[in-house]
Design a protein. Structure first.
Length: 121
């Protein structure tokens, strides 16, 4: 895509994909199982591309960086949960609030963790 800043096309492409998915779901409700199975891998790829500012056509190449992927996996699934467990003593005592704090701290870790890994190279 020479001469064209493809990053400007990413959001319209996402919106077009949402519209296409909605239309396909309305047109073929019996295929919901197949669509649902494709949802999570597609969402993971889009988040990976979005937060790393990786153009979609270079996503396969970007996902081959073993050191980066190891850092993301260890950070998201080992370091962050361990740190949260160690800090639970200072969290609110109400179980509902504790769950809320855990969800807020764990759920968004992918976006900020990927972004900071990109910045840290």
């Amino acid at each position: 895509m020479r001469g064209l800043d493809a990053s400007k096309l990413q959001v319209p492409l996402y919106l077009a994909a949402i519209a296409a998915g909605w239309a396909a779901g309305i047109a073929r409700p019996e295929a919901s199982g197949a669509f649902e199975a494709a949802l999570w891998p597609a969402l993971a790829a889009l988040l990976f591309a979005t937060f790393l500012h990786v153009p979609l056509w270079r996503l396969k190449e970007a996902s081959r960086d073993g050191r980066f992927l190891l850092a993301v996996l260890v950070g998201n699934f080992v370091v962050v949960p361990v740190l949260l467990r160690l800090t639970q003593a200072v969290w609110p005592s109400d179980p509902a609030l504790r769950l809320g704090v855990a969800l807020v701290l764990l759920a968004p870790c992918t976006d900020w963790f990927l972004t900071f890994n990109l910045l840290g190279k």
